[in-house]
Design a protein around this ligand. Structure first.
Ligand code: BTN
Length: 261
């Protein structure tokens, strides 16, 4: 249980959102893992802490005792869509909009789906598919307050919503509620996603647009200016040679940002 944060009020969340069952724990290995084993379509799993939280690319997602947010949604799509690979990006937009709802500003998305504020990571998303066709687990981790014991163990710079909001008291309940509501709305209309509308919204939150980035792809250093996202959610980079190349998140780990915009 968090030491300096109130437990979530699950009754209030249940009353305000229409979903499957909300499974709430003080501590669990991972909310994604729990739903992968037990989740029914529409279920939500929330835990105050995780003992074996997982991040993208096989990373560990550390848990603190500071009332950070760890939850996952099990969603079933009845038909496949050509935009399947945009799901993580759409989830990141829902979270960014929810953060805006609770009064945060200056945050954005670092492709593909990291939530950033002031060039530091505030939260992340882990999407996992199940062996049941169309069933996905969407896991969301958000730093509410910074815990010094975490910073030593994390390679990249991290921040917290509390820091980003000048240590104002924030309601975790409201934030979780807004994220669930925003996300459920996007998920239920996902199969009829309009790509041009998606791109317009993506641009509102994208922190990489027109910036130079560097990363390694198949052992080679790649640099270029971010110019677009394509229909597969790939990052379009304009190389110095003038060539436009697309990279998928499965191929690269984007760590370094350039200075010039
Ligand atoms: C990332 O690497 O940026 C993704 C982090 C995702 C963490 C969340 S916390 C809730 C859910 N359960 C997990 O084990 N991981 C996700």
């Amino acid at each position: 249980m968090p030491t300096n944060a109130k437990r979530l009020n699950i009754d209030q969340i249940s009353r305000s959102v229409k979903c499957g069952k909300i499974h709430y724990f003080d501590s669990i290995d991972s909310t994604n893992s729990w739903l992968l084993k037990h989740g029914q379509c529409g279920d939500i799993c929330i835990s105050e802490t995780q003992s074996a939280g997982r991040g993208r690319r096989g990373n560990t997602w550390l848990s603190s005792n500071n009332g950070n947010i760890y939850f996952s949604i099990c969603w079933c799509f009845d038909e496949m869509t050509e935009y399947w690979s945009l799901l993580g990006l759409v989830t990141a937009i829902a979270i960014s909009e929810a953060l805006n709802d609770i009064g945060l500003s200056g945050h954005g998305i670092k492709w593909p789906n990291d939530i950033f504020w002031n060039e530091k990571k505030l939260g992340g998303i882990l999407l996992e598919t199940t062996n049941q066709s169309g069933k996905v687990i969407i896991g969301i981790g958000l730093n509410i307050s910074f815990s010094s014991d975490m910073s030593d163990e994390i390679e990249q710079e991290i921040t917290s919503i509390s820091e980003a909001m000048d240590y104002k008291d924030i309601s975790r309940n409201h934030l979780v509620l807004h994220i669930i509501q925003r996300l459920q709305k996007k998920l239920s209309t996902f199969k009829s996603l309009d790509f041009d509308d998606f791109v317009k919204t993506w641009r509102v939150w994208d922190i990489l647009q027109n910036r130079r980035v560097h990363f390694y792809h198949q052992g080679l250093k790649v640099s270029g200016k971010v110019v677009k996202i394509d229909r597969h959610g790939r990052l379009g980079l304009l190389k110095e040679s003038g060539k436009l190349c697309f990279y998928s998140s499965a191929d690269i780990k984007l760590t370094t940002l350039g200075d010039s915009r």
